[in-house]
Design a protein around this ligand. Structure first.
Ligand SMILES: [Fe+2]
Length: 307
């Protein structure tokens, strides 16, 4: 199979064409994985025939599937504003607030003991305009910092919590013990991450991060906000305008991402898979005894955290 890998102009990421991700030979898979490590985000347009099983199988090449909630079966789940009766989730509703909370730059699953290694989204239904997903290269953001700032950040950590980020987005939740709203406490994670495969350093933060130990809350919030704001700017960002049949995969260990708003009168359905991080490198130091397999969501309350 001859695969076309084209770097995106003036932005992170690459577009991969002439490939069917459900039918990869080993050489092509190796090429794709090297591109994943190099570019951080990969766009596969035209994967129109990709079904749940095909997406799950492709995801398993990257690692173990992360279970996103009690409703997930197999390797995928849907991030959708469409309710079971066919109507669309509206402001004030749980499903709406989970989806739209993600309209802020973040790193997936940092609020869980074990953060994600990677994630993928497949476009099933997209709005006629807007509703993009943005990606920001945190390796480049780290490289752009002066050495004094780098030195200051290297010793710092932050707590990560979905309670915190949803409240900050004006969508506060009380505990219901579903995925993300667990009762295990907030993981504490270093602000700078060394990529376990490439060795590159990157800023590791996002909307779930807060409360840097040793700083007053205001000082911590100002530092984290400034860091996020300055990191997630061109040329370090790529904003993907979805077309039906697009599959996008990113390396959650060095890229942040954000959902972009869209008109809630339109349906938007993305099929998602997250790949669990390696315990050696994505398990929060605050949870030395946790194991991902030990986490078992106990409630069937509503949908999963959304893109
Ligand atoms: Fe996300």
């Amino acid at each position: 199979m001859t695969v076309s890998i084209q770097a995106i102009d003036s932005a992170p990421g690459a577009v991969i064409k002439d490939v069917d991700v459900a039918r990869l030979d080993d050489a092509t898979w190796h090429e794709i994985y090297q591109a994943f490590l190099q570019y951080g985000v990969l766009v596969f347009p035209g994967q129109n025939d990709l079904d749940d099983a095909g997406q799950g199988n492709f995801a398993e090449r990257f690692g173990n599937i992360e279970k996103l909630g009690p409703k997930q079966k197999g390797g995928t789940t849907q991030f959708s504003n469409t309710k079971p009766d066919g109507s669309l989730a509206q402001p004030g509703e749980y499903q709406y607030e989970l989806i739209h909370g993600n309209e802020g730059w973040h790193t997936d699953s940092t609020y869980m003991p074990l953060a994600s290694k990677a994630a993928m989204l497949f476009a099933i239904v997209v709005p006629p305009e807007a509703g993009e997903t943005g990606f920001a290269d945190m390796r480049a953001a780290w490289d752009a910092l002066d050495s004094a700032t780098q030195h200051k950040l290297e010793g710092l950590s932050a707590y990560h919590s979905l309670y915190y980020s949803q409240k900050d987005a004006n969508y506060p939740f009380t505990t219901d013990n579903v995925y993300g709203f667990h009762d295990k406490g907030a993981p504490l994670r270093p602000l700078i991450k060394t990529h376990p495969e490439t060795g590159r350093q990157s800023i590791y933060t996002g909307r779930h991060a807060y409360g840097i130990p040793g700083m007053a809350p205001d000082e911590s919030e100002q530092l984290l906000s400034k860091l996020l704001d300055e990191a997630c700017r061109p040329p370090r960002t790529y904003v993907h305008q979805w077309q039906t049949g697009d599959l996008v995969v990113w390396d959650n260990r060095c890229m942040m991402h954000s959902a972009f708003p869209y008109d809630p009168q339109y349906p938007r359905i993305l099929r998602a898979t997250r790949i669990a991080g390696e315990e050696e490198t994505e398990l929060a130091p605050t949870f030395p005894d946790e194991r991902a397999a030990a986490f078992n969501p106990t409630s069937s309350n509503e949908s999963s955290p959304a893109k």
